[in-house]
Each structure stands twice: as C-alpha cells, then as structure tokens.
Design a protein around this ligand. Structure first.
Ligand code: HH2
Length: 287
C-alpha cells in the first residue's frame, strides 16, 4: 500500500520522490459547496472514490459534514452514518490511503478502525481527543487552519500578518499533536484557504508566501479547489472554477506544497505533475 508520508529527498536532488500527492475529494453530503448531493449516498460515494482513483488520485479524502461558510454542522450520528459505510467499502476496494475529513475525534477513530490511515482535522485540534486518537492508530494527521466556526468564519476575519499568524498557530497545534504522541513525520500543515480568511486580503498572501509555511519543514497540503476566492477574483461559479483551481494548485506546487486537495483529479494531476517537474528543474539548476 503506498504510504501518504512524503518521501525525503536530498536538498537539490532532481528526484521522482518529489511527486506531489493529489487527494481526491469525496463529499458524502447533501450540501457541500460545489458538489453537495451528488455523492450523498454511500454507493454513489464509493463509485466516486473509485473513479477518482482511476483519474490518478493518490489518496481519497472522505467527509460527511460540509464546512462551507455558513454551514450548519451535522450531528455525530448523522456524520457516522454517512461516512463509515464508505470507508468499509473503499478500504476493501482500493489500495490508496483514505483520509477522514472531520472535526470529531470519535468519527476519526471509527473511520481509522474501518481502514482510514489519515485524519484530515479540518478544524484543527479543537476536539482535544483528536491527536491522541491519531497517535493510538499511528495515523497521519493533517492540521487545517480554521479561524472561527463555519457558520460565522467569513464575518470579517482579522489578521495583522496572516501568513505569520497562520504559520504560528499551526506550529502550536503541531507541538500539541507531538506532545499527544503523534510522530513529527506524520504531521502535515494546511493553511486552510477560505476558513476564516478574506478572499483577497488573506487567501492570496497565504498562497503567494506559501514558502514561509513550507520552510517549517512540515509537509504542506493546499485545498484551493473550486473555492469562493476564485469566484471573487474571476466571477466564475463553483462549477466553472477549474482553470482558477489549477492556477492556485500550480502556484502552491511551485512554492513547495507536497499535496493538493482536488475535486477535478485528472486535470489537477496533470497540472501538478507539470508544476512539480518545473520546480524540480529549478532545484537542479541551483546546484
Ligand atoms: N477544504 C474543504 C474541506 N476540507 N480540508 C483541508 N485540509 N483543506 C481544505 O482546504 C479543505 C478541507 C472544503 O471543500 P469541500 O469539502 O469540497 O466543501 P464542503 O466543506 O462544503 O464539503
């Protein structure tokens, strides 16, 4: 089974180990912002996951609760009922690692028991048990940065230096996770584009200066796919944001992101492979 951990590669080396991971998004929800309702039932979600693997996904990110701005959060029972059958089936039908996109330690635990290997902590470590659950399972942990709660997070978020604040808050959470027993090399950071961020004033510097997060040494994941800041910049509706999503993914890979979370896997795979080849070529020239 391929491991979602990043390969280490010698500084400056031109290496296939630099392959950037593409996570295919499987939203088992009726209300996700770009594909709500399309894969809301287990069978459709399972088929969607398998199709994304066919498109080139290295990893599937499965979630049962929309965290779009303004979303009402679902009950734990509802979240479990949505995602657990999908993990049970996909763990048997594909070899790619599966991640559970959740706020809740209990849901993460149940998904890990059913074959998930990664926890995508979309609200960071607000659930104080989440890191311990990851440690107990030896799971990889993605720490996503979110200011506020989905229902209100886009109501006038304020930062002085958004890049430094997001980085420092993520580093503090990484330290908490390590203290709870998660191995350092199993921790990923995600600046959480759109999660309590102004479309231009916050998301753009986070992408433009992503190298400052990459410089922490933790592998960095970016989820820009179809997000509303692309709509704010271009006027495109969610279903027409693929070109903008690819531009953001390309910028992230050139800055050193190690994984891209995407709804449109085939197109993202191609953009990411070309961007990482360009980045690798620059690294050899620097030798
Ligand atoms: N974005 C979404 C959900 N989970 N996790 C990480 N680590 N990073 C992200 O950027 C991220 C995430 C939002 O996208 P989506 O799942 O398609 O929408 P919704 O929350 O409406 O289900």
């Amino acid at each position: 089974m391929p491991d979602p951990q990043p390969d280490t590669c010698a500084p400056g080396a031109l290496s296939v180990a630099m392959r950037v991971i593409v996570l295919g998004v499987v939203n088992v929800t009726p209300d996700s912002f770009s594909d709500g309702g399309l894969w809301a039932f287990a069978e459709a979600a399972i088929e969607r996951g398998l199709a994304l693997v066919g498109e080139g996904a290295d990893w599937l990110d499965i979630g049962g609760e929309s965290t779009r701005p303004g979303a009402e959060l679902v009950s734990e029972d509802e979240e479990r009922a949505r995602v657990l059958p999908v993990f049970e089936a996909l763990a048997k039908r594909t070899e790619v690692p599966l991640s559970i996109d959740t706020r809740r330690a209990s849901v993460a635990d149940a998904a890990l028991v059913r074959g998930a290997r990664v926890v995508n902590a979309v609200a960071g470590l607000r659930d104080p048990e989440l890191a311990a659950v990851c440690a107990a399972h030896g799971a990889t942990l993605i720490l996503n940065h979110m200011r506020g709660e989905p229902a209100t997070m886009q109501h006038d978020p304020v930062y002085c230096d958004v890049v430094a604040e997001v980085r420092d808050e993520l580093l503090a959470e990484a330290l908490r996770a390590e203290r709870a027993g998660v191995a350092r090399e199993r921790i990923w950071l995600d600046p959480g584009l759109g999660f309590g961020k102004h479309p231009r004033a916050h998301n753009l510097p986070l992408l433009a200066e992503l190298d400052r997060l990459v410089a922490t040494g933790y592998p960095v994941l970016i989820g820009a796919s179809r997000k509303s800041f692309i709509g704010a910049l271009t006027g495109a509706k969610a279903e027409a944001r693929l070109p903008g999503s690819l531009a953001a993914a390309t910028a992230a890979v050139l800055a050193g992101a190690r994984a891209i979370r995407a709804h449109d896997v085939a197109a993202t795979r191609q953009a990411v492979d070309v961007a990482s080849a360009i980045r690798a070529a620059r690294r050899t020239e620097e030798l």
